[in-house]
Design a protein around this ligand. Structure first.
Ligand SMILES: [Zn+2]
Length: 250
């Protein structure tokens, strides 16, 4: 899965360009909330989970499910740098309903290609999990919601799996080294001077990734400490039956 520091950076760049282009324009009140698409239905379940639903005509017979965790690398302490992203990876290495590799098996059965940075990403402020499923198989869709529930708070965090993942993320970190990474390390401290964004690049620190204690990850566990920070986003053309129970336990 990928981290999105550069995407955030690109947004910052766009913002700077926009500021300079429109510097002669009247001042915009930045505290005004952005308008919400009136076609989006927003609600809240009893357990606090906020959901957003939007009906789309295309692609046909597909539902897109997203679990948006309002937590990313910015919440990490010094000894946790990289653990928001690590946690995201661990959600694919065994969960309560899908132990071991069963989640990968499930995703592949749905036609979702796994391991191509398409199922999740971690950024400074959010971790997002995504599933696009065919709607003509109601069991599959039901299982899709179970996947989201597990991603929210049922990662098994098996010690052996954690150790295996250290190697995978180290490789991801190594592949991310290069000109872009060197530039980022130069101008992030300037752009974000005085802010935690300057030193919370989502991929984290290699010394943390290689050496953190199992308990450090378990304590960080986004699912445990940020349970109030979830949004469910679905996009579908078809009406779904009202669920008899909340998607996530409180
Ligand atoms: Zn990753």
């Amino acid at each position: 899965m990928k981290t999105n520091a550069f995407k955030s950076l690109a947004m910052t760049g766009l913002l700077l360009v926009a500021v300079s282009v429109f510097s002669q324009q009247p001042v915009v009140d930045l505290t005004t909330p952005l308008a919400v698409d009136p076609n989006v239905k927003i609600g809240k379940l009893d357990n606090g989970l906020v959901y957003y639903i939007r009906k789309n005509k295309k692609p046909e017979k597909r539902i897109e499910l997203r679990l948006v965790v309002n937590a990313g690398s910015i919440l990490e302490n010094d000894d946790q740098q990289g653990l928001a992203h690590f946690m995201e990876h661990m959600n694919f290495n065994g969960t309560r309903t899908f132990p071991k590799n069963e989640l990968i098996d499930f995703l592949q059965k749905t036609g979702v290609k796994f391991g191509a940075d398409i199922n999740a990403y971690t950024s400074f402020d959010e971790t997002v999990y995504m599933l696009q499923l065919p709607t003509d198989d109601s069991v599959l869709v039901e299982n899709g919601y179970k996947v989201l529930e597990d991603w929210a708070h049922f990662a098994l965090l098996d010690n052996k799996e954690i150790d295996k993942e250290r190697g995978i993320i180290t490789e991801e970190w190594r592949l991310g080294l290069g000109a872009q990474d060197r530039m980022m390390k130069k101008f992030f401290p300037i752009i974000f001077k005085g802010s935690k964004y300057a030193d919370r690049i989502p991929i984290g620190k290699i010394e943390v990734i290689e050496n953190f204690k199992y308990e450090t990850l378990k304590n960080f566990g986004i699912g445990q400490i940020c349970r109030q920070l979830y949004w469910l986003v679905t996009s579908t053309r078809q009406k779904r039956k009202r669920r008899s129970k909340p998607i996530l336990a409180a």
